[in-house]
Design a protein around this ligand. Structure first.
Ligand code: FES
Length: 132
């Protein structure tokens, strides 16, 4: 087929190079897409809107993910809350949930009693009422 054996060698090198370039391109593209996805909030993340009611005062606030945690919402709205570590370790920000559901943002070192959540590492999953 090839009259000159060097053409065969050059053909393999060229094809191999093309394959390697294609593989590197796919790896680069996949890495780029993964990094882009990783650095973005979850799809529609900021569209999550819930009502957060504080049982003692009856005050209700609109939640969106710009607050990041329930503790931040409470601080920004002037709701009295104790806190220290802000990473689910000290348990000073623990509050009882009266209604609704919250979502742990990170797993705490030690889970509190049933129905109690650390405000520093939770966000609402539905409209909620907190005993605070
Ligand atoms: S501030 Fe320490 S557990 Fe929330």
């Amino acid at each position: 087929m090839f009259s000159n054996p060097w053409l065969l060698v050059i053909g393999f090198i060229a094809n191999g190079t093309l394959v390697i370039v294609l593989i590197l391109g796919v790896i680069f593209l996949a890495t780029h897409l993964i990094m882009q996805w990783w650095s973005q909030p979850w799809p529609h993340a900021n569209e999550l809107k819930c009502k957060v009611t504080f049982g003692k005062t009856g005050e209700t606030y609109e939640w969106d993910r710009s607050y990041r945690t329930l503790l931040n919402l409470m601080r920004k709205k002037g709701v009295k809350v104790n806190y220290d570590c802000e990473m689910g370790t000290c348990a000073k920000c623990a509050k009882k949930l009266e209604e609704g559901e919250v979502r742990w943002l990170v797993k705490p070192n030690r889970f509190p009693k049933e129905g109690v959540y650390y405000m520093c590492i939770t966000e609402p999953a539905t409209d909620i009422t907190i005993k605070a």
